[in-house]
Design a binder for this molecule. Structure first.
Ligand SMILES: *[C@@H]1O[C@H](CO)[C@@H](O)[C@H](O)[C@H]1NC(C)=O
Length: 412
């Protein structure tokens, strides 16, 4: 074959990947998006507060994988800080003795050999206390769970295998509790697992917002077609719920009461994808932005790929191929742990880290979507922040990718 022939074949294959209407992954749609880079001024003016952060201990006892990686969600009770880490463990740190190791509270899944077996290990992404003081865990792999932290008993509320209006919650991601005990929660995707997050991210979106009624043990879908639906927070009066949409870098407001009941509106285009959200006081919400869209920095994803649907389709199909080829060989030809790992990492968000800015960013907004203030770490001492809470004079900083938890002193 001449070079010219090879060239023509390559062009042809890439045109198919970009434009062929039917090609795996099936059921996925793509769209062209425009991201406006917000100037970092006013309440977004950079400081370097997050670069002053203190890194907390990474020692952990009783965990499945034996190391501390990817603390995602943050919760406080009785002076303990709770978080979920890789390996499927919910762990806690005694804030009165923060030099002592993290202790394991529970494991959401089964025994597993490494992060590549995430769907077995479990992956707690969202934590909340319910009205009886039980721990509610939004576990990416195993669904919505209720955990008694004293007896360590785990009760399944919404398994990821359950069919809800024709689809499965494949990445149960975040949860918040209303005063009557109702749970509002998200699944980031109904097509892909967490380890395939990139595929959901580049798609038009299959995520959803759901409401779980503990009395009937049933869920109702409130919103569909959200691109990697993530954090949710209820307003003080429970008249609306804020919902972070990662793939479109925006915050939605879903009305639960009033004239606009059951309607949804976009209230803010965020400077990067909003991950988790926590209400910190009456009408103030803290949001972690793991991939800040910096005004003066070129972003391959936002400035090029996401702009054209044929490029997101192309990237997604190539990524899917890189995932499926080792998986199929492993399943049908010969089994090898390297194939399992290659398949796990191919479509994983962590693979995108080299092209993300190493920059810490937390923003605070009100219920209208106005940015009130922000905290920055331009040196990236604590990059990729997905959630922040303020407790007892400190802001705690979580991240699915960092191998530590950090905190920084703030005025209350
Ligand atoms: C709720 O329903 C699901 C799906 O049928 C089931 O697996 C789960 O055990 C139920 N949980 C409770 C607490 O009843």
């Amino acid at each position: 074959m001449s070079l010219w022939t090879i060239f023509k074949v390559l062009i042809f294959v890439n045109l198919i990947l970009m434009f062929a209407p039917i090609f795996p992954p099936f059921e996925v749609t793509y769209e062209s998006l425009t991201f406006h880079k917000r100037p970092f001024d006013g309440p977004l003016t950079p400081d370097d507060l997050l670069d002053q952060a203190e890194i907390l201990t990474t020692a952990v006892t009783g965990s499945e994988l034996g190391f501390f990686k990817g603390p995602e969600s943050l919760l406080i009770k009785d002076n303990f800080l709770y978080t979920g880490i890789q390996g499927g463990n919910v762990v806690r740190l005694d804030l009165k003795n923060p030099q002592k190791p993290w202790e394991t509270v529970v494991q959401t899944g089964q025994h597993c050999l490494g992060q590549y077996e995430e769907n077995k290990c479990g992956r707690p992404l969202g934590l909340a206390w319910d009205i009886d003081g039980q721990l509610i865990v939004a576990d990416a792999a195993h669904g919505l769970l209720k955990v008694d932290i004293r007896t360590k008993k785990i009760i399944s509320l919404v398994p990821s295998t359950l069919d809800i209006q024709g689809k499965h919650n494949r990445i149960t991601n975040f949860v918040t509790v209303a005063r009557d005990g109702t749970l509002f929660y998200t699944t980031s995707s109904t097509l892909f697992h967490l380890g395939e997050g990139v595929l959901e991210f580049f798609s038009s979106g299959s995520g959803r917002l759901l409401r779980y009624d503990p009395k009937t043990n049933t869920s109702k879908v409130l919103l569909n077609g959200i691109s990697f639906a993530n954090g949710v927070a209820l307003s003080e009066n429970e008249d609306f719920i804020l919902l972070n949409e990662v793939g479109k870098a925006r915050i939605m407001k879903y009305h639960l009461k009033g004239d606009l009941v059951d309607q949804v509106e976009t209230i803010l285009d965020t400077p990067g994808s909003p991950d988790n959200i926590r209400r910190v006081s009456n009408d103030r919400y803290l949001i972690g932005i793991p991939n800040p869209l910096l005004p003066d920095r070129f972003s391959l994803v936002a400035d090029v790929i996401m702009k054209k649907s044929f490029l997101t389709r192309w990237v997604s199909r190539i990524t899917y191929g890189m995932k499926m080829i080792p998986e199929l060989i492993n399943r049908h030809v010969f089994e090898h742990v390297w194939l399992q790992k290659a398949s796990y990492w191919a479509a994983n968000f962590e693979g995108m880290l080299p092209i993300l800015p190493k920059y810490g960013l937390v923003i605070e907004i009100d219920g209208t979507g106005t940015i009130l203030r922000s905290w920055h770490g331009p040196q990236g001492v604590v990059p990729f922040i997905c959630e922040a809470i303020i407790y007892d004079g400190y802001m705690y900083l979580a991240s699915p990718f960092n191998e530590f938890m950090a905190r920084v002193r703030v005025e209350n």
